[in-house]
Design a protein. Structure first.
Length: 563
């Protein structure tokens, strides 16, 4: 599924699939899968895999399965399962009837393990976890064979059957593959295939007390479902020999091809689910959907669009080599998308009261404002104007620096869609000296923002009528971490948390058209950035907006400079 009007970038995986189709491999079928473990929420790194798997299938007239690798009930929750389906659909993809669970195959997987035992390729080991680790060896030293490696097939079958019946405590036995303890690949040194774990499963309840390991369940689930191209991230490259060994030893009818690509690494964030879970559980963020989180639910709440994320995933491409992607590119993709669709509105985040002394008291005008200059078909709206308005505090300087072209004593500026005004006086707080109010005059002949005598002003500022303003809370989110790679150094990644990653501004004042703002709508607050209604905290009587992204586009400058 590619975006309309675009051509997917050709990459080495597309080349492999194209060659397979040319040769008639897999009877011309292309079946991929997205296989999340339901132990956390999906993040932007998963989006790359989702887009890749679903798009490859769709572009080659195939299908993509959504399969939960739910083999570790200790960390899995129904909440995660529901969130994963919601996120995949939000991104714009549909698995149709192809929704599966590894737990669907528990009986088949058990029988496959029994078959390996019968073939002398698996055994029940009595070593505990620490002993297995010691026996495993290192990258430079071969491992040692377990003293239980040569148990007879009959004894192994009996022990494995009794493991299933629940006769032994957790950790008493594991089923291991019998491969090669001297292998240069540590994954091939008699890896565990099954372990005892007395934890109720979200689907099978208490039917099982032994569960397959990921490597064992994953390749067989792929085979059972008829997956043709099992696409995974680069850290599974060393697991591929085990993937193939299991399928070869069982002589399966359908043997998928595992292909690895580089996972997404993005600056100023972490994408380890373990670390993201720590941020949630330790209260560093407000939950998995906190707008500062790189989760898809967090990005959605912040105002990211599925189109922008799909565009980002297409731009970063697919490679075999790990790299770090600048988070500015993700923001750039969002700006490009929102620039075309976002309604322009006026909102004052740090208000300063302005009284227009010569404007008639009690008079209210309805001024025409353009909804989106990038798409004039979006029409116009009416914005109320009155004698007292709010402007941004930063749009006034009592002693303006050079090249400051906004409001200052004696200076004239344009009010967006309204009039030219000139500052004649400022009122200060007697105790603090802070400017709390400006007094200005306006030129009635400049309605609409132009002077009939042709005079020009250098500054245009936005505003909101005090009589009609909506009070709101606005949240400005920044990078969650202060370092581009927060988990690169030996120091705890938490030490790089940005203590100023969110700034809450209130009260802010917005034009009245936002009274009916919806959480699935996108807005550009003129000169401020792109914003959306917070889908969790905003209510009809208490508007809360999150800034999705600022207007400043550092990535566009980088692109322009590089051309």
């Amino acid at each position: 599924m590619t975006q309309e009007g675009t051509t997917p970038a050709f990459n080495f995986i597309r080349a492999i699939i194209a060659d397979d189709l040319k040769k008639g491999k897999n009877a011309g079928r292309v079946v991929t899968r997205f296989p999340p473990e339901p132990n956390g929420y999906l993040h932007i790194g998963h989006a790359k895999s989702i887009c890749l798997n679903f798009t490859l299938a769709a572009d080659n007239k195939g299908v993509c399965h959504l399969r939960y690798d739910d083999t570790n009930p200790e960390k899995e929750e129904v909440e995660y399962i529901k969130s994963i389906q919601r996120d995949v659909k939000w991104l714009g993809f549909d698995w149709g009837k192809h929704l599966y669970y590894a737990s669907d195959y528990f009986e088949k997987l058990y029988n496959c393990a029994v078959e390996l035992i019968k073939r002398g390729k698996a055994y029940v080991c009595s070593l505990n976890a620490d002993e297995i680790r010691d026996y495993r060896g290192t990258l430079t030293e071969a491992g040692k064979e377990s003293p239980y490696r040569d148990r007879s097939v009959k004894e192994n079958l009996d022990l494995f059957h009794r493991m299933r019946k629940g006769e032994f405590p957790d950790g008493a036995y594991v089923l291991r593959a019998k491969i090669d303890m001297a292998s240069g690949n540590l994954n091939m040194r008699d890896p565990a295939l099954y372990r005892i774990k007395r934890i109720a499963h979200h689907r099978t309840k208490d039917a099982w007390c032994i569960y397959p390991m990921y490597d064992f369940a994953h390749c067989l689930s792929d085979s059972i479902e008829g997956i043709t191209h099992s696409i995974c991230t680069l850290e599974f490259e060393d697991h591929r020999p085990l993937y193939d060994w299991i399928l070869d030893e069982l002589q399966v009818e359908r043997h998928p091809q595992q292909i690895e690509f580089a996972r997404l690494n993005i600056s100023y964030t972490v994408l380890s689910k373990r670390k993201l879970l720590a941020l949630v559980n330790e209260g560093h963020v407000g939950g998995w959907d906190d707008p500062r989180m790189p989760t898809l639910s967090g990005l959605r709440r912040r105002g990211y669009t599925p189109e922008a994320i799909r565009d980002f995933c297409e731009r970063i491409g697919v490679a075999k080599r790990e790299s770090l992607v600048d988070t500015a590119l993700l923001a750039h993709c969002l700006r490009e998308d929102l620039n075309k669709r976002a309604l322009r509105v006026m909102g004052v985040l740090r208000p300063l009261r302005v009284v227009i002394d010569n404007y008639p008291e009690g008079q209210i005008e309805e001024l025409d404002a353009i909804n989106n200059p990038e798409d004039l078909n979006m029409g116009t709206r009416k914005v109320p104007f009155s004698r007292v308005i709010y402007i941004e505090r930063e749009d006034f300087r009592e002693d303006p620096p050079q090249k400051f072209f906004r409001l200052a004593p004696g200076r004239e500026v344009r009010l967006r869609y309204a009039y030219f005004i000139t500052c004649v006086n400022c009122v200060k707080d007697e105790k603090t000296g802070e400017i709390i109010e400006l007094h200005c005059t306006y030129d009635p002949a400049t309605k609409g923002g132009d002077a009939p005598d042709g005079r020009k002003v250098k500054g245009t500022i936005h505003w909101v009528s005090v009589l009609h303003a909506l009070k709101a809370e606005v949240r400005l989110c920044e990078h969650l971490f202060t370092q581009p790679i927060p988990d690169e150094e030996e120091a705890d990644f938490r030490s790089h948390l940005n203590q100023n990653s969110i700034q809450v501004l209130k009260p802010c004042y917005l034009e009245p058209s936002l009274q009916s703002a919806k959480s699935d709508a996108y807005y550009q607050f003129e000169r401020q950035g792109y914003f959306c209604v917070d889908s969790v905290d905003s209510k009809s009587n208490a508007l809360v907006f999150n800034r999705s992204v600022s207007l400043r586009d550092t990535w566009a400058k980088i692109e322009k400079k590089g051309k």
